[in-house]
Write a protein that binds this ligand. Sequence first.
Ligand SMILES: [Cu+2]
Length: 190
Amino acid sequence: MIRRAAGPSGALAIALLAAPAFGQEPAAAPPPAQEHPAAAGQAAPDAHAAPDAHAVPAGGFKRTPAPAGAYVYIGWPNDGEVIHSTHIHVWFGTRNFGVAPAGTYKPNTGHHHLLVDTDLPPMDQPIPNDKHHLHFGLGQTETVIELPPGTHTLQLLMADGDHIPHDPPLMSKKITIHVVGTESRVAGTR
Ligand SMILES: [Cu+2]
């Protein structure tokens, strides 16, 4: 299937360019005051702009193969965990697979993405970058997230240097956690 429809793909490219660098270090920000201000404003919908890595290529994005036996899992919390804090420490685990920063393309590596209260995104394009799709583009293997009291879901999804899930995709089980407030709560009440 060839996806060259100018409207949707153009819009996607713009949205991705506007995304805040997928968790890369602040040092990666472009230097100020370039000679070509138009080039810095990459959101300009110019069909003749230089090709960029995130434009949808004909035939879709190329996916990176993942070896058999590789998998990712959430080391903490456990499925069904009741957590008496709105600060939730989450540990990411991998087996038979390596973690590498975004933008690197070593075989059998990728970086973690934590999906919060959402279903899986499309597997053939870069993972969105928003509060429901957290990128750990520095190669982090743990984080602390803030969630309001209530029931929430968490799922890990590995992706390659371009934030595209592997083939086959490496994802954890989707777990459910129950966040209860830390204050004015009696243990055992729901
Ligand atoms: Cu990513």
